[in-house]
Design a binder for this molecule. Structure first.
Ligand code: FHN
Length: 467
């Protein structure tokens, strides 16, 4: 009996070793079950995630029929996000469909959109192939509710954008909503709401879920085979009828179609609301966490996460939303996020004509001017090596180098840098590598003697060369 118990124990330990070595923790600290056909070694996982981890900065694009009403319906406006107008204006499906006749983005210019992203320093683009309203912004063969069949535009802007992104060296990616207000089997059962309007949650008629899963897979297959996206960014997963098992199954399905694709954690049910990281009570599907409209308070070194954020207060275009964040805020957000080991997915909401709003373009070019000088301190860096947040700003790291991003320039010309377990050999401004800055080793760290004026009031980067 003792001998059998011993043998069983040996087998169990064996399995544990296999699991941990072969299935690296996904973004949120979990690993996949051994039976997963998509098992990958840690090295394979790191290889698949590498471009994404090094990119650090991407463009989110929320574009669709909701850009036609642009936040106003029958004279009614709202503080709510524009792409939810079918929900907050309680617009029945048949009425919302009428927006297709007015969606004709004649000013859409794929080259210009990609140029704006690239010049801002962005490395990838995630665009809404289908948002909650169910309208396909691409030429779908499994639905007529798409831009080619249902609008006067009759062309596929996604095809043009995918080609242009590749031409200009950016990764092309898709957002896809699991919640679909337009799917026939979906209905709303909420007081005061039209059963075919938008709503936070929908129900599915008997047999509707199987049907919808087939439909979703058909759309995802055409999206992946026709446009070859590098990331699938799911959303709308908070439906009662959507389970973690569904998420895992869809994750396998998508990676089965394209093994090196990257998928966010909103494919499953692990996400803890807007905080965006997965719960830890089990293994959840997904390769990276998705904080929304917020930046984690502390660094999450070694965990893959991406903070998505609006530039004003809406994702989809609203003509009267002028609550724009400043260029300084956006640049410092990017630095803050990189200093905590994350990516920044910054949103634009184009108009129904196909233009990215001027305030967005202006702020992105301001970010681009900063990135043109300082991108070395963002791309392919890892989280700050300092135990606590720096009083004067943030830090990012590379082997042999630490980048200090100084927000608050020392009035006494002496920057006090706490120790962080590496010796500082020399210091210089990233913009003046040949002019060494005087450093003084102190008991608590290093003091760097800096010029009287901050070269860049938003964020000046000082490089510390270390062992
Ligand atoms: O409901 C969506 C919303 O419209 C938008 O797409 C954001 C972007 O991350 N996600 C959902 C809200 O969490």
């Amino acid at each position: 009996m003792q001998k059998i118990k011993l043998q069983v124990a040996v087998v169990l330990v064996g399995i544990a070793i296999v699991i941990t070595t072969h299935h690296p923790p996904s973004a949120c600290g979990q690993s996949f079950a051994p039976s997963d056909p998509l098992t990958e070694t840690k090295a394979q996982h790191n290889q698949r995630m590498r471009w994404w981890r090094e990119a650090r900065f991407g463009m989110f694009i929320h574009w669709g029929l909701y850009a036609v009403p642009a936040g106003e319906y029958n004279g009614k406006r709202s503080e709510r996000i524009g792409e939810w107008i079918m929900e907050w204006a309680n617009i029945p499906r048949a009425d919302y469909e009428k927006f297709t006749t007015q969606f004709d983005p004649v000013k859409f210019d794929a080259r210009e959109w990609v140029r704006i992203a690239k010049d801002a320093g962005m490395k990838y683009i995630v665009i809404t192939s289908k948002h909650h309203d169910g309208f396909a912004l691409y030429d779908s063969k499994v639905s007529n509710y798409d831009i080619v069949d249902a609008t006067p535009y009759k062309k596929d802007p996604i095809k043009a954008l995918a080609l242009e992104a590749r031409k200009q060296g950016l990764k092309f990616c898709f957002y896809y909503s699991i919640l679909d207000w337009h799917y026939p089997a979906a209905y709303v059962d909420a007081p005061g709401k039209d059963s075919t309007a938008g709503n936070r949650t929908t129900k599915l008629k008997p047999g509707g879920k199987e049907e919808y899963l087939k439909y979703m897979k058909a759309q995802l297959r055409e999206l992946i085979t026709s446009y070859d996206p590098a990331v699938l960014w799911f959303d709308g997963e908070w439906q009662e009828w959507w389970t973690e098992a569904d998420g895992k199954e869809l994750y396998k399905f998508v990676r089965g179609l394209k093994p090196n694709i990257i998928i966010n954690n909103r494919v499953g049910r692990g996400r803890q609301g807007m905080q965006g990281m997965n719960k830890t009570d089990q293994v959840y599907a997904g390769d990276f966490g998705t904080p929304e409209q917020q930046i984690p308070a502390n660094g999450l070194p070694g965990i893959d996460w991406e903070s998505c954020m609006t530039m004003n207060t809406t994702w989809g275009f609203k003509f009267y939303d002028d609550k724009w964040k400043s260029g300084e805020t956006l640049i410092r957000n990017l630095i803050d996020i990189a200093s905590k080991g994350g990516n920044y997915l910054l949103n634009v909401g184009p108009t129904a004509e196909g233009l990215i709003p001027t305030p967005s373009v202006e702020r992105l070019s301001e970010m681009g001017r900063w990135m043109k000088v300082n991108s070395e301190a963002i791309y392919a860096t890892t989280a700050s090596p300092f135990a606590t947040q720096l009083a004067f700003g943030r830090a990012t790291s590379k082997p042999g180098r630490v980048y200090l991003h100084v927000f608050d320039w020392p009035s006494d010309g002496k920057l006090t840098v706490p120790s962080f377990g590496r010796d500082v050999k020399k210091a210089f401004l990233l913009t003046a590598p040949k002019q060494r800055l005087k450093i003084e080793q102190t008991s608590s760290g290093t003091s760097v003697i800096v010029p009287a004026q901050a070269p860049d009031s938003i964020a000046t980067v000082i490089v510390l060369e270390t062992n």
